[in-house]
Design a binder for this molecule. Sequence first.
Ligand code: PMP
Length: 419
Amino acid sequence: TTAVDTTVFTDLESEVRSYSRSWPAVFASASGSWLRDESGRDYLDFFAGAGALNYGHNNPVLKRALIDYLAMDGITHGLDMHTVAKRRFLETFRQLVLAPRGLDYKVQFPGPTGTNAVEAALKLARKVTGRESIVNFTGAFHGMTLGSLSVSGNATKRAGAGVPLVHTTPMPFDNYFDGETPDFHWFERVLDDAGSGLNRPAGVIVETVQGEGGVNVARAEWLRGLADLCASRDILLIVDDVQMGCGRTGPFFSFEVAGITPDIVTLSKSIGGYGMPMAVTLFKPELDVWSPGEHNGTFRGNNPAFVTATAALEHYWSDDALQRSTLRKGRRIEEIFANLSDSFDGVGCRGRGMVQGLVFDDPGKAVKVCGLAYDDGLLAETSGPSDEVVKLLPPLTVTDAELDHGLSILAEATAKVCA
Ligand code: PMP
């Protein structure tokens, strides 16, 4: 094996590096559910680009589409001009995603990444309503730019940025009080308390499952209650589906489980499908109050990503096979995690579809489990406010054998740490 040379990273790259500290290899290539480092060692990737690789690394169908596009000198940078690649994406998105679900949304390309989609959503909610504040939830994560960070409930991530810029009203996420308090007790109280000055926010931003927050799952009935509350008080409901969208929890949109129609939806991560930056903000047509160029940016239209996004929709979303296999594989993870939680004290589990968390009462244990898993060739990350949750986000295309292999590594690591 080659000696791992990481000097240029440690000497030149900022201390802000994070994942590289847990996984100190130098990766060279990737295929499907696997990453290979430069010494030739293979790692099963159950983090999948933090949810950006739902269709796996270098998915052959998407790769073919991309190679063909580049071979014909397809446009790579087209600002937000009309292009053939963008037209195909919009038509396909309407035909395979919006129409079958009876959804009527305008599509905005707000910039390259998830946080850009969130910024556009927040700005639009404020512009439409003429109101300022945004309701956000404990444990939320919406991105690292100042607006998105303002509505995130993560003290560590906020620490460096100082005071939030967006006027927020933080509320408890589902089950924050372990079922002791009625669902919207605080929320209704604050909304109806005119003296607080917090009544009538512009919008509410919510994840259906908090990924970074530690795989906190909002129940469908809680989401419906939230949607009803927003509708009854003329508050815009923003569902941030950056991590849970594109099939992660089963259906294309994670909010489908609750049968709700958010006013605004954000997508990024796996929408481009091939791991290239792409983001989308969707909103009800009557909310399209933007003036031309009012929210612009150089990288609003990543044409190669439009091509792979279109190929992914055509290949994976013209029927419900992916959704069914995601739910089936999710149940397999649930089963193994439930066994682990029955077998060891201080271990619990929660999740939906193919986002599943193994929850440790002692945060140090979750970090140790991921460390041991890495030694055995499995990449899995922790999440949650104290890194107490091992969060699994395998590619949705993972094979049953790969899934079982990864789960056995994780089970062994858990047994070692908890014995
Ligand atoms: N929203 C959610 C729910 C996320 O999980 C993330 C990223 N983890 C973001 C927004 C921000 O996306 P990006 O990192 O692409 O800016």
